[in-house]
Design a protein around this ligand. Structure first.
Ligand SMILES: C[S@@+](CC[C@H](N)C(=O)[O-])C[C@H]1O[C@@H](n2cnc3c(N)ncnc32)[C@H](O)[C@@H]1O
Length: 257
């Protein structure tokens, strides 16, 4: 038995200040930090102890990562496995969880800010505007990893939701064609490159220009697309019931007449 669980921590999208307080405290205390160096900026590790062992994993296999993780935690070291964004989204943690369960090692997951949340913040929008759009879809297009057929992008586009498209820049022409089956050609799309990194770039273009803009800017990696009617500031004049003076709420009952 090990003293500590393995802590799987979400680092957020890039800005070192966007990690949770709990995640940051664990990074400060960790004996060992095993981190996804292709997606987590090195500045994230500035708060680590000078004697902490820092292990980048971009060039390692799952077996190599698990071997070092299990060895260190069994040596009663505090191990942080640091993933970009929120670990529950395209984080490849399922296979690590399976291996930890098989090894009978306890673990705890500390959530992080996902790329789509920083995109909405940068764009200064709400993705769920009353009477305009009330659903957010987080998805990707098939690449080396196949998306199950019932989740095909064209069928998800039919919902006209706020759609956040991960891991799709290499296949942007196919993505645009599928989205155009249901969204209007002038639906705003935010193309968000390396949000929270020093070279962050955001382009807001009509859907019909999504692929051309991506290719012109040479974006291949670390790009999130946000396709949503909510990006049009003038759309959706309806307001929420939450702060409506005519709406009786548990915490703000209407004054007696
Ligand atoms: C392996 S997935 C990890 C997603 C991550 N777990 C999250 O919650 O944001 C990597 C993809 O997420 C998106 N992504 C992650 N970080 C990003 C960032 N800082 N800026 C833009 N897109 C990002 C891109 O679509 C990228 O291809």
């Amino acid at each position: 038995m090990s003293i500590f669980p393995v802590y799987i921590v979400g680092a957020g999208p890039g800005d070192p200040d966007l990690i949770t307080v709990k995640g940051r405290k664990l990074l400060e205390q960790a004996d060992v930090v095993i981190y996804a160096d292709s997606l987590v900026p090195p500045e994230m590790l500035d708060c680590c102890r000078a004697d902490a062992e820092i292990i980048p994993t971009a060039d390692r296999t799952l077996e190599q990562i698990m071997a070092v993780m299990l060895e260190r935690v069994r040596s009663n070291l505090l191990v942080v496995r640091l993933h970009d964004g929120d670990p529950s989204l395209y984080g490849a943690i399922h296979e690590q969880i399976t291996a930890l369960v098989e090894a009978e090692i306890a673990f705890e997951i500390i959530p992080g800010v996902s790329a789509f949340q920083l995109a909405a913040a940068r764009l200064q929008v709400e993705l769920t505007i009353p009477e305009l759009v009330q659903t957010i879809i987080l998805t990707r297009i098939s690449g080396r990893t196949q998306v199950p057929e019932p989740e095909d992008l064209a069928s998800l586009a039919a919902h006209h939701a706020s759609l956040c498209l991960y891991l799709s820049a290499r296949h942007v022409e196919a993505a645009e064609a599928k989205l155009m089956q249901h969204y209007a050609a002038d639906t705003p799309v935010a193309i968000c490159f390396r949000l929270g990194w020093k070279d962050e770039q955001i382009f807001v273009v009509p859907l019909a220009e999504m692929a051309a803009t991506t290719q012109k800017q040479g974006l291949i990696r670390t790009t999130l697309y946000l396709i949503s009617p909510a990006l049009n500031r003038l759309a959706g004049k309806a307001r929420s019931k939450l702060y409506d003076p005519d709406h009786d709420r548990l915490f703000r009952p209407k004054p007696a007449p």
